[in-house]
Design a protein around this ligand. Sequence first.
Ligand SMILES: [Zn+2]
Length: 191
Amino acid sequence: MNKPLIVKICETGRHIYNKGLTPGKSGNISVRSKDTVVITPSNVSLGHLKVEEMVIVDMDGKIVAGGIKPSSELQLHLDIYQKRDDVKGIVHTHSPFATGFAMSNEMIERLEGFGKTHKPFLKMVEYAPPGSAELANLAGNGLISEDVVILKNHGLVATGKNLLEATLLAEFVEETAKTQFISRVLGNTKD
Ligand SMILES: [Zn+2]
């Protein structure tokens, strides 16, 4: 696994943390390169990632090199990679507006730019405890036909053909949820 790729993950972590997408120690990021996955460690701030802490695992989750304990959502990332050959980057956040919708069981509208299907809303998968095999399976299955899913009562998972695409999608979902929220508030106060 090349160091520039790991540096890129650290930079992406800082970027989305600074944008408010992964407050505190929430969220995790991974990149697949051939038969290995680099993933952010467990219980760290994505805004303060260190190159030497990043964890490299094989496709079965066995630690190959580096770091400390991998993210508690490792299985979720692996499940997605196993089901989607084309996915090379994954970003999981609890970004506030998208998560607000997820907590309220409100659907986020599918705007132009989400691609693929013509369904009116982003897919929301049922709740399962964070870090569980059940959640990994639900999210992995949900992402077979989507590039992003909302996790009920939890957050979102965005995927891409590379890390940048996954990151941009996570940002776009949050902005979409924010815009939808604002428009509903303004709409509700018109009368
Ligand atoms: Zn989470």
